[in-house]
Design a protein around this ligand. Structure first.
Ligand code: AMP
Ligand code: MG
Length: 346
């Protein structure tokens, strides 16, 4: 299959008049799949009302079909096409955070294709805060189901190049709107019970949610091993680079010793750090992922760094750890998955 690529300036005026986006929207309306930028990561979109389009998303990604997709909408009226009910607290969260990196799990509307929700009677929905995504959904005229546009298991794409590397020849189109902003996926919150529950940490923090709706709980499976997660996708291997990754809690001297030991065994070793420590480490590849003092900048660069280790065929990666505050919670959640739980303590 040929993958069409359109370059679109996200700061352009009147994006709904943009010929490239119109072409992409026509493909979507023919139930083809098209990747596009959002403020979190690139998504792989398909018509959320048609199973045929959803099958193509799962096939292109190699995603297990019991892992439901997030439906993206471009205006508030569209919400009625996707969900059957909006409880009061969900309404308050929508007012406070949409458009933005917050996904709500709500009772499913009858027109949403079964395969979007993997047979569940709830559906995940959000309104992305990205002019290209909003214009494309509006032009398509239907809600768009869109998981991250990576091969299943790999780090999510934060640039069009990442999507192209993974999905070239497997999807009909790719809208290149430049690098995404937040860098980690949306926060997923289940709003079907009285107390909203975070199923996946992300761009909107627990503190921000509590400020709007009071008590918010966290799915215990996120912190306790062995618990079945309520968000089906959370149980899968995710974000993993090809090299073996270890999270290291300890000083930089300790990490440097680990590097040297592995290099002595003939391994190609990488270190994931931030610009504060970039020049300290001596390894085969040292990548600075933002600034430690600004965890948002770490989130933004994280997936690109994981993919760069792959590009250089690094065997072993040692990563510094980050405080689990604010968006640091999402950063550590993704790093723990990327490392499959490998943890070294000084
Ligand atoms: P992705 O689209 O790759 O960012 O992943 C979407 C996340 O939302 C996965 O972790 C899914 O399991 C989760 N999700 C989607 N729909 C639902 C739902 N109805 N209930 C709970 N979690 C969901
Ligand atoms: Mg994903």
């Amino acid at each position: 299959m040929e993958t069409m690529v359109w370059i679109v300036d996200k700061n352009g005026e009147q994006l709904t008049g943009c010929p490239q986006l119109k072409e992409a929207a026509i493909l979507l309306s023919h139930n083809e799949v098209v990747a596009f930028p959002t403020e979190t990561v690139y998504g792989l979109g398909g018509n959320a009302l048609v199973n045929e389009a959803i099958d193509k998303i799962y096939a292109a990604k190699g995603r297990p079909s019991d892992n439901p997709l997030i439906v993206h909408i471009s205006d508030y009226a569209q919400l009625k096409e996707v969900v059957s009910q909006v409880p009061e607290k969900a309404e308050a969260l929508i007012k406070a955070f949409w458009p933005g990196p917050l996904t709500l799990v709500l009772p499913k509307g009858k027109d949403v294709a079964d395969k979007v929700t993997a047979g569940l009677d709830t559906v995940a929905v959000r309104m992305p805060d990205h002019p290209v995504a909003l214009a494309l959904i509006e032009l398509a005229g239907v809600p768009i189901a869109a998981p991250s546009a990576n091969l299943s298991g790999k780090p999510s794409p934060t640039a069009a190049k990442h999507v192209y590397d993974d999905l070239k020849g497997r999807i009909s189109g790719l809208v290149d709107g430049g690098e995404t902003g937040v860098g980690v996926e949306s926060t997923v919150v289940d709003c079907t019970e009285e107390v909203p529950m975070i199923l996946r940490p992300g761009g909107v923090t627990k503190e921000q949610l509590e400020h709007v709706v009071g008590e918010v709980s966290v799915d215990p499976a996120l912190s306790e091993n062995g618990q079945a997660p309520r968000s089906p996708g959370v149980k899968y291997k995710h974000y993993a680079p090809k090299g073996e990754m270890y999270l290291v809690s300890g000083g930089r001297e300790f990490i440097q010793q680990l590097v040297r030991k592995e290099q002595d065994k003939g391994h190609k070793v990488g270190v994931l750090t931030t610009s504060e420590n970039e020049t300290y480490y001596k390894a085969d590849l040292v990548l600075a992922c933002g600034v430690r003092a600004d965890l948002q900048s770490v989130a933004r660069r994280l997936y690109d760094a994981l993919r760069t280790f792959d590009d250089h065929d690094v065997h072993i990666i040692f990563s510094e750890v980050f405080p689990e505050e604010g968006v640091g919670k999402a950063v550590m959640n993704r790093l723990e998955k990327a490392a499959s739980g490998n943890f070294i303590c000084q």
